[in-house]
Design a protein around this ligand. Structure first.
Ligand code: AMP
Length: 114
């Protein structure tokens, strides 16, 4: 999508602080980090929300989690622990409508989240 911020990162119009990428997935540091490590992991294809997922996206969603695991390991968080979360629509706090996992770590997390 031409007016999607995260699509612009995938096509090179905007250059985020990339920590991982492959053919299908891009991972970059959040511009407003909520933890010492806060990385966003996105598919390179546009999907607006979780509600738009179909069975054909099954493998792609798995790749997002495998990328989160890789980034956590690279950041030295695998044993300490980290949180992976995806917001869907307004009440969950989604503000960019191109699905993304938040990978947060480097501090103790609270539960339930606010
Ligand atoms: P959400 O509110 O779940 O949709 O998450 C969107 C995330 O994108 C927020 O944590 C923002 O801080 C982050 N964000 C917005 N613009 C940028 C940007 N240009 N580079 C990196 N992260 C961004």
């Amino acid at each position: 999508m031409t007016d999607c911020l995260f699509c612009k990162m995938c096509n090179g119009e905007i250059e985020p602080d990339v920590v991982y990428q492959d053919d299908d997935v891009l991972a970059f540091r959040d511009v407003n980090p909520q933890a010492p490590t806060h990385v966003l992991i996105i598919p390179k294809t546009h999907i607006s929300t979780i509600n738009d997922l179909t069975p054909e996206h099954e493998a792609l969603i798995g790749k997002l989690y495998l990328a989160a695991k890789q980034v956590a390991s690279d950041e030295g968080l695998a044993e300490r622990g980290y949180r992976v979360v995806m917001n869907c629509n307004a009440e969950a706090g989604q503000s960019v409508f191109h699905i993304h996992l938040h990978m947060l770590g480097g501090r103790a997390m609270q539960w339930p989240p606010g």
